[in-house]
Design a protein. Sequence first.
Length: 103
Amino acid sequence: MNLIQEDWWAQAQADDNAVILDVRTEEECLDGIIPGALNIDIYKGQGFIYQVDELDKSKNYYVYCKAGGRSAQACHIMNQMGFAHTYNLMGGFSEWEGPIEEK
C-alpha cells in the first residue's frame, strides 16, 4: 500500500507492531536514515530475499528507498513472500521531511 509521508510516519509511530525498513544501498544510507530503520539493500537480489525471509512476517513493514520505486518493488516482493502488511513511502527519502539520524 502506498502512503504519503504524513500518513506513513503517523501510522508507523502509532503502530506497536511496526518495523521501518530501508531498502537503499549502504552508500545512500550515508545521507542519513529514518530513526530506527533496518537496512536491507534491495540491489543485493537473492541476498535481499534471504535477509527478508528471516524477518517476522507478523509485523507491519514501513518500507522506503530514495524515491519510492525500489520500496514499492520491495513491498510487492514481500507480499508475495507472505508479508501481509507492507506500506510504501511515496516520494521516498529524497522528499522526507521527518526526523533523520546519521548512520
